[in-house]
Design a protein around this ligand. Sequence first.
Ligand SMILES: Cc1cc2nc3c(=O)[nH]c(=O)nc-3n(C[C@H](O)[C@H](O)[C@H](O)COP(=O)(O)OP(=O)(O)OC[C@H]3O[C@@H](n4cnc5c(N)ncnc54)[C@H](O)[C@@H]3O)c2cc1C
Length: 388
Amino acid sequence: MQQFDVVIVGGGMVGGALACALAPTGLKVAVIEKTKPLNYSPEQAMDLRVSAISVASEQLLAQVGAWPHVLKMRSCPYRYLETWEAPNSNLLFDSQNMNREYLGHIVENRLIQLALWQQLEQFDNIELFVGESITALNALADGYQVDLSQQQLTCKLLIGADGANSMVRQVANIGVTAWDYAQHAMLINITTSAPQQDITWQQFTASGPRALLPLSGNKASLVWYDKPEKIKALANLPLDALKQQVIDNFPQRLGEFSVDACGSFPLTRRHAQQYFKRNLCVVGDAAHTINPLAGQGVNLGFKDVVALSQVISSATEQGQCWWSEETLAKYEQARRGDNLLMQSAMDLFYLSFSNERLPLKLLRNTALKVAGKSSWGKNKVMKYAMGL
Ligand SMILES: Cc1cc2nc3c(=O)[nH]c(=O)nc-3n(C[C@H](O)[C@H](O)[C@H](O)COP(=O)(O)OP(=O)(O)OC[C@H]3O[C@@H](n4cnc5c(N)ncnc54)[C@H](O)[C@@H]3O)c2cc1C
């Protein structure tokens, strides 16, 4: 039986970042991750799962020492963000107007995880259990017992960073408010003849958005949102037929390109009814999932990391019970409203742009045009998206 202060289930982007952020508290932390990510080498093809990382998330990753590892592998900074529905309703954000070199970075999820794991190795008080599955989770008088296939761990605080279908959340009987969006997303990795690395764009169409996220080299990730049956049909096409579908359905901005890989994902909104219970809490996708149309999911998860690590650190500094419900309530108080606001803002976009009624169409395109002319409004929106 090994004793820890904290056991984090899930060593993905959010679990890895939380462990790094807790390291300076001196608490003894175990991270349990069932899947070992592939090590990085530069000749590897781009992963399908990539994220738009906000400036605030970059700051967290820098603060915990992982950002230099990301930059040593691969990432793509972008200067412009453009969105439109009708051709003359373009809304363009430029990093120069924000006095910044870039608006954010697109990074493969696995590389963020690997960067955090490299950093975890520096800390004596953090132990990573990789390739481990949990066979049982049992509540103790003041903590949890976590049974792995070969060993048992105990902790005062159990943290679920185990993604959308969180086992920790289910074991704790924490319910979720959830619904499926009437759209799935298809991710398509492409190589373009001409570089277009400094911009990310998204066009809203009647059946769902079409987006481009630039990747390093002449690579990019296309995101095609559409009805589930359409995405299922696209997923069954050979890559050359899929390329023709992209030519027919995406804006004519890509130039010559080849399709490298693709994969599809259902989209579900979830919000945990509580973020904590006695000796336990949930973070990241285990607490909330969001429509990815503005690339905010893991950025919200990183904000959870900042809030939870801060309440635990300040409780330890003040000699308070850092794992008490009172401490964990401060974490939920700091995060629930912000997560709900972002979820609702994304739903507003999703619902208003999925509606083909003419008055609404005119209204949203007018709103985009008006917003495009207001530098004050654009800066406010962009600052919020950048997490500043
Ligand atoms: C199509 C799509 C596009 C997206 N684009 C963006 C974007 O551009 N920007 C953005 O911010 N977000 C984006 N997101 C959201 C983002 O991917 C998620 O918010 C993010 O992956 C959540 O990270 P996490 O660490 O909380 O969970 P996960 O990434 O799900 O990680 C959970 C980890 O826990 C491990 N695990 C699970 N169960 C167990 C167990 N029982 N024992 C041990 N380990 C376990 C898993 O192996 C995994 O490593 C997108 C999502 C989708 C679907």
